[in-house]
Structure formats: structure tokens, C-alpha cells
Design a protein around this ligand. Sequence first.
Ligand SMILES: O=P(O)(O)OC[C@H]1O[C@H](O)[C@H](O)[C@@H](O)[C@@H]1O
Length: 510
Amino acid sequence: MTATVRLEPGRAFDAGRRIDELVRDRAASRLFSRDATLWGAEAEAESSRRLGWVDPLPLADALVPELDRLRERLNSLGQDRVVLCGMGGSSLGPEVIARRDDAPLVLLDSTHPDDVRAALRELDRTVVVVSSKSGSTVETRSQLAAFESAFAAAGIDAGGRVIVVTDPDSALHEHALQNGYRVFLADPTVGGRYSALTPFGLVPSVLAGADGAELLDEARAVLPALRADTPENPAIALAGALASRLPQRYAALTFEDPAKSIGLAAWIEQLVAESTGKQGLGLLPIEVPADAPELTDGLPSSAFAVDLSDGRAGTIAADETIRVLAPLGAQFVLWETATALLGRLVGVNPFDQPDVESAKAAARALLADAGSDGRATPSLTPEEVAAELRARVEEHGYVAIQAYVSRAAGAPLARLRARLSETLRVPVALGFGPRYLHSTGQFHKGGPALGVFLQIVDASATELAIPGSDAGFGALIAAQARGDRAVLEGNGRPVLVLDRNDAEALLAAW
Ligand SMILES: O=P(O)(O)OC[C@H]1O[C@H](O)[C@H](O)[C@@H](O)[C@@H]1O
């Protein structure tokens, strides 16, 4: 039988001690028997409600045939364009599943007015999946309101076009029942970032055409090995390797096959950064292209590499690279298990996200307060940003570009990312706001205070109303940027603000 997981940590990973610790404590078998004491007494209230993901297959196996039938019915009605409204764990998993199978899922995880407008097209053939565990996430509820209003304006009954994925009794569940939307209820004992093999991962991706049954078989093949209290358990080996380079090497530069990147690195970013980046500790995966300067010019002292490319990206910094070769369904359960074990090794609760809520609260307050200058953000000149970056970035630090711009405007930012890492010789993350707020945002605010943050804002976007709200999407995204900045600065972390139109100039001035 061919191996379902191949894990090859390079020579620099001296993981023996951390692996022995997990084996001796029987951490894997205890995790799979849902032992909530693994992360200490303080975490127990949360962890006792968050371990449903260790046994995802019974529910998932029953769900996939139902989704296959629903997809056929929708297609027979000419409804073949599936849009997903959702943030963080409610969108990163289905995005990867759909991209792996080339299923044309349209993902809306932005509040930029241009991105929302782009999703509101071709309504006659559109079905909208609205996914939120809590049912109250402002981005998702605002996107839903925009679709409801657009369907009404087009004379289309939203009742047959909106499909909701949420936890039982959430505000969104109630709203769906009132409006006659089809609902898929999720298991409340599975947190968002561990939900790839639940209705959150499966409903949008399978409706868009992904092969759910194959994905589940891939997970099924590896699950027994993940429960074993042995050094050969790939989740124990992975957790041990990741922990062995901490705290010195806290940045995991994660790259995929250049010929087919499916977003697995972005899913890993959320899972690991949000689970471990707190109390000044943690590991930050950074999604980078296989030809990133950090990889090809010699790794920064704060980084190691994670190769998901199945060898297709060539050999990069072999000693400091962990190669993880597995099909997608196996990758999901492997990384979930390894992350929960890593939480134990780092000494944090891998199921909460304390610093995400603080930025949400700040954005809410700013939105309520903003008045006429709700979209105004002071920004620096490109020359000032360049000087500040050179002065503030330390050898052991990192830079995070946090771009509150339309995803369609991302290409120059990818070039800026490469240029900054090449010259500053530190890892550089590129995240789009508000998407990253539900992912690496936890680490940036709660992990080690080593980052310098470059916010790129777009003051000139054409406003788009949020139906039922006084604020528009443009005001919302501006408040989200300012709210996150306020919390970062409150935690003593430097934030530089640059207008989107000056990003090219920064590149030129560099
Ligand atoms: O699914 P929802 O309740 O809308 O939550 C979406 C996201 O929101 C928060 O930011 C959490 O930090 C994420 O872990 C979560 O995935």
C-alpha cells in the first residue's frame, strides 16, 4: 500500500525530546478519546466543547450524497454559479477543496465594495451559500443582506437561492427559518478552523462540483495512524518538528506546487496561527510562492520552510524544510491533530482566539462613531514608509502587509512583498483585510511582538450601501483597518499606513 502521509523533516529539526514528551503523555490517544485536560485547567472549559472534529466521518459520510443530489437538482434548474459568503474557518477550508478539484466556487470573504459588487453578478444562475458558525459575523451578515436586496431587485425569490450553514440556534439559523432558506446545521463542538470536513467545508465546495467522497476517503485512510502513541504517528512527528525550532524560528514559510497552488498554505495559516499565536507565543505560517526570495536567497534567522509541493518546487533549504506529502483529506486531519498537539507543547489553548474579538470590538465602536470622516485614515508618504521600515524592522522580526484593497488589486502587492523580503532579509506576510483578521490576525496581535505592520488602505473606493445599515461596505472596511490598527498599537506593535495608490511608488522608491 502506498503511504498516505510522508513527512520528511530536514536535519535541523531535532524533534526527539518533544516527540518523546507526546508519546510518554499518550497525548494522541487521549486527544482522540476527547480528553479535555490536555491543555491545562484554564483551557478546559473551552476544550471540552471543541473536540468534535476528531471523529468527522460519520456525519460527513451521510452529508456528501445529499449534497451531490442537491447539486444535480440546482444544475437542472440552471443554477450553476455557487457563491460562498463566509470568513476564516467558514471559507478557507471550502476554498481549498474547491480549488483542488477545479470546482468554480466564487468566494466572497471581503468587505471591499468592488469585491462585493463583483460577486453580485449573474444572479439568474447564482446560488449563495452563507456560512457562519456564530451566525453574527459582520462581514457575512452584510454580504447576505447585499444578496437579499440584489435578488429582490432582480425579482428573484431569495428563498430558493440562499443556503445557510450555521450552528443550531444561531441568529443566522433563526433568520434562515424566518425566510425559508435551506439550512445545513453544523456540530457546535467543532470550532471554525477545525471544520474543513464538516458542513462548513463540504456544502459550498461539493455544491460547486468538488468530489466530497474522495476527500473523506483520503482522511479515512490516515485517521488510524494519527491516534497512535508512537513516534511514527505523523501528527506527533509534525508537532514535534514544528515545536523544535521555537521560539527562535517562529515563521514557517509554507509553499505549494507552483503549477497548482490550491490555498492549502492559507488554510494552514489560519489553523496554526490562530491556534498558537497568543500570550506572546506561537508559530506563524506564512504562505509564500515557491520562488520567494526568503526561500531562494537563504532563510532568515527567524524562519524555516514547509514544502507542500510534492517535490515539484525543487529542493529548497533542505535542512530547514519539513516536507509534508499527503492528499488533501489527509492533510486536513494531519494538520488539525498536529496543531492541537502543538498547542500542548507550546503551552496555549489551541481552541480560543482572544485577540480577534478585540479588533472586532474596536471596528464596531469606530463604525458607530465614525460620522462623516468614517473613511479617513492618515497615511504616510512612500518615502516615509520606506524609511520607517528600514529603521524599525529587526533582524529577528517580520513584516506583515495588511491590504484592505480589492483582491483584484493584489498583483503589485505580491511584488512589494517579494521586494521587501529580498532587501530587509526577513519573512514578509501578505494578507488581505478583513480576510486575515480571521486568520493570522490573532498571531499578529497576540503572538511574539516581533512584527512591523504595513497597512494598505483604499480611500478612493466607490461606496456600496449595506442594506439595513447606516454604514456602507467602504466605511466598514475602513473601520476594520482602523480597529485592527488601534489594537496593534495598543499592544505596542508599530503600524505604518500607506494609501493603495502609493504602493507602486513605494516599490519604486525602495
Ligand atoms: O463562522 P463564523 O462564526 O462567522 O466565524 C468566522 C471566523 O470568525 C472569527 O474571526 C474567528 O476567529 C475565526 O476562527 C472564525 O473562523
